[in-house]
Design a protein around this ligand. Structure first.
Ligand code: BGC
Length: 758
């Protein structure tokens, strides 16, 4: 292919701008403006158009239909970025068209959903959040950036920073749980990991904080549903992880599919222009979610495609992902004087700047190195990082009589359950860039320890078809209710010293569009567990799932329970190492586990109500059939060793806004094994100009202790930690009394008080 005459002129013009001529000015800004001045209106609008990969770019080009139209647009410079194009060959082929065949040769950006890894998969995001280990989480995003950029990707649509309190919502797997403080730190860690310290390096990718805003609060947890929350929750709970993302330098923000207080967020200028841009000063790119510009029509908000384009651009959405509406409608809106071309220029400037930041103008092919791709993908270093992350993500929910860790010799183990030898489900649902059936299964992981005898029985089926689509066909229902494997599973358990039962959700049972009305262990798997319990009650329940489940029966009856979520490629190795005690579990739940679906929404930082109870009379805020408390609270997780907390002390009882309070607690490992504890600090603001949560996480520390070792763990409390979005609609602290709680989960009960004075 030949670079066109125009592309040469373009390059000449841009390169001729040098630093000397623009001393003290924003050099990139000047280059951007210079490019802008060369662009036709169509080309500018093209930059705001993002297409999904639409044909096999290494094969022949499309010869008819929609694909041909898109291909022609690409050649005319009417596409600014693409998503779901993967690998050096494909991306090079398309980048060559953009650079060599379009009039100005502006390179494309290639985006992919690198959510928890690219080819090698880390644990799903909620699992990683359970580690509370910010360094490890950053590292996990770092290797995802290294791997995906080696395959040509320059932009990821992660992290999802939506807070959710509803495990029925399938996308809780993609977030960091229910708490804004923890989720904000995790958002920043992930962004740092993806973007590194310099976006223009060939091994970093631009990150996206999504979905702005409040997508995690869809009514009844049904995906894409209405969101109707108040200003208080929006500001105190939903916004903080976005603010933290912006402070961490996130390159882009994605809008959501939802409406918020009656306005679809993609066309919501109050939040995009008003909050994100004007209040928080975000200068990066705002991209719609897939088709969310178009979806404002069925929302009943935009009257037609023209109106959808108008609403989205006026609100401040810079890129239209796959609605194909900007590219068709914006020019007409300008010609009809409905919108000003300045709006287009504003958006295009941001998009071009991102291309500069990524270094694509210096070298559009810098990410595209076949050798590097071959060397980096699935490399042993990447596998090893994923394994470390996976071990740290596991949460020990119960361990009566220290059933775990297992002895390494002379045990007969019945390994039972549809997920015990599953190499697919543990990969989760966001695996578009990876290969099916590439996880190490639990059976494979455990077989590496050869001192014990393992008898494997599947016992039951998972609920879904192998393609991951729920089909309510007779065959599936029969399959799902099939108990024909129970007998052999029972026999295996009866003749074994211990049964390890690996059950839970299929990898495709959580994720986008995968809401559930029930959060029980699906299908006949719980019946299978009950049958095994009848013949052998020494059971270790190993759960795999993408959301909190109702584990009430298991908690009452099963002596040991491990929450392993979906741990990605290294699943079986991580689980085996934890079962055998080569890694002592240290994860803590980032989301509350309810006793029943009826308690939802349930979260630790709830308000008190005017009738908190408990009271002897019926008239207090409670359920008549179950306790208010969750089965497992936020922050909860055990270890094979035990930790004792004592001597909580603070160095002052009165604090003014300039002072800090030193808080410390004595932590002691009183068990027999080395272990890691996540020491958690919660604060309760006793009275406020708006009602305040019963407690809020404000700090945590990861402490490793040898058996018998003691350590003082210190925290500092300062006034900014006490700020909240209050009745005056400001983020500020209010004077008064505060309580401090320190402990191993959100039920922490070691308590001190202090007063904030002005
Ligand atoms: C999801 C986004 C994702 C996009 C592109 C949408 O359906 O909501 O989170 O980034 O698709 O794949």
């Amino acid at each position: 292919m030949k670079t066109t005459f125009f592309a040469y002129i373009f390059l000449f013009k841009i390169l001729s701008i040098n630093a000397q001529s623009v001393v003290n000015k924003d050099l990139v800004g000047i280059k951007v403006d210079s490019i802008l001045s060369l662009m036709t209106l169509d080309e500018k609008i093209g930059q705001m158009n993002q297409y999904n990969g639409f044909w096999d770019a290494t094969g022949p080009s499309p010869d008819s239909g929609e694909q041909l139209k898109k291909y022609e647009s690409l050649k005319k410079g009417l596409v600014g970025s693409m998503l779901n194009v993967r690998g050096v060959d494909e991306i090079s082929a398309i980048q060559k068209i953009a650079v060599n065949q379009t009039r100005l040769g502006i390179p494309l950006i290639f985006a992919n959903d690198v959510i928890h890894g690219y080819k090698t998969l880390s644990p799903i995001p909620i699992a990683e959040a359970a580690s509370w280990d910010l360094k490890e989480i950053e590292n996990s995003a770092r290797i995802a950036a290294i791997e995906s950029s080696a395959a040509g990707t320059n932009w990821t649509f992660a992290p999802m920073v939506d807070i959710s309190r509803d495990p029925r919502w399938g996308r809780v797997m993609e977030g960091a749980g229910e708490d804004p403080f923890l989720a904000s730190l995790i958002a920043a860690a992930r962004i740092k990991g993806f973007q590194g310290d310099d976006l223009s390096k060939h091994n970093t990718v631009a990150a996206t904080a999504k979905h702005f805003a409040a997508y995690g609060f869809s009514e009844s947890g049904r995906d894409y549903n209405t969101v109707d929350i108040g200003d208080n929750t929006l500001n105190n709970i939903v916004y903080p992880p976005f603010i933290s993302s912006i402070e961490a330098g996130v390159a882009s923000v994605m809008t959501g599919f939802n409406d918020l207080d009656g306005i679809p967020v993609t066309g919501n200028s109050d939040i995009i222009k008003g909050i994100l841009r004007d209040k928080w000063g975000f200068e990066g790119v705002v991209i719609s979610d897939w088709g969310s510009v178009r979806e404002m029509i069925p929302h009943g908000f935009a009257k037609n495609a023209d109106n959808a384009a108008e609403l989205a651009i006026k609100a401040g959405t810079d890129i239209d992902m796959e609605s194909n509406i900007y590219v068709r409608k914006l020019k007409k809106l300008i010609n009809d004087k409905i919108i000003d071309e300045k709006l287009i220029d504003q958006s295009v400037r941001k998009i071009l700047r991102l291309k500069f930041d990524l270094g694509l103008f210096d070298d559009p092919f810098k990410y595209l190195d076949k050798e590097r791709e071959k060397k980096v993908l699935n490399s042993p270093e990447i596998q090893n990082t994923v394994l470390q992350m996976a071990k740290k993500s596991i949460v020990l929910l119960k361990n009566s009589n220290s059933l775990l860790p297992l002895k390494k010799e002379n045990l007969k183990i019945a390994l039972i359950g549809p997920l015990a030898n599953d190499k697919n489900s543990p990969l989760g649902n966001w695996r578009t860039n990876s290969d099916n059936n590439t996880a190490v299964s639990v059976l494979e992981g455990m077989s590496k320890y050869d001192g014990n005898e393992i008898i494997y029985e599947k016992g039951a089926n998972l609920i879904l078809n192998s393609d991951g689509v729920v089909k309510f066909s007779e065959k599936i229902i029969l399959n799902q209710n099939d108990k024909s494997g129970f007998d052999s599973a029972r026999i295996a358990a009866a003749k074994s010293d211990i049964a390890i039962v690996v059950i839970g959700e299929d990898g495709f049972q959580s994720g986008e569009g995968r809401s559930r009305s029930e959060i029980a262990i699906p299908g006949v798997q719980l019946d299978l567990l009950k049958e095994i319990f009848k013949v052998n009650n020494k059971i270790v329940l190993v759960l795999m799932n993408g959301r909190p489940l109702d584990l009430s029966w298991a908690d009452e009856n099963i002596p040991a329970i491990l929450e392993t979520w979906q741990l990605g490629t290294q699943t079986g190795n991580a689980i085996a190492q934890v079962l055998y005690g080569d890694y002592n579990p240290s994860g803590k739940l980032p989301m509350t586990f309810p006793r029943s679906v009826g308690q939802i929404p349930i979260y630790y930082n709830h308000k008190s109500t005017g009738r908190p109870g408990p009271k002897k009379v019926v008239f207090w805020s409670h359920f008549n059939d179950i306790p208010n408390t969750p089965l497992y609270p936020f922050g909860y997780g055990l270890s094979y060793t035990r930790f004792k907390y004592s001597n909580l002390s603070i160095d002052k009882k009165l604090m003014n806004v300039k002072q800090t309070i030193n808080v410390s607690v004595l932590l002691e490992n009183i068990g027999k094994l080395k272990g890691r504890e996540v020491v958690q600090l919660y604060i309760k603001d006793k009275f406020g100009s708006t009602t305040r949560p019963v407690k809020e996480l404000k700090g945590f520390k990861l402490i490793d202790l040898e058996p018998g070792e003691k350590r003082r763990v210190d925290f500092k409390i300062s006034e900014p930690m006490l700020r909240f979005y209050n009745a005056k609609k400001n983020w500020e602290s209010e004077q008064g009394v505060f309580e401090i709680f320190i402990g191993s989960d959100s039920n922490a009960d070691l308590k001190e008080t202090f007063e904030l004075i002005r």
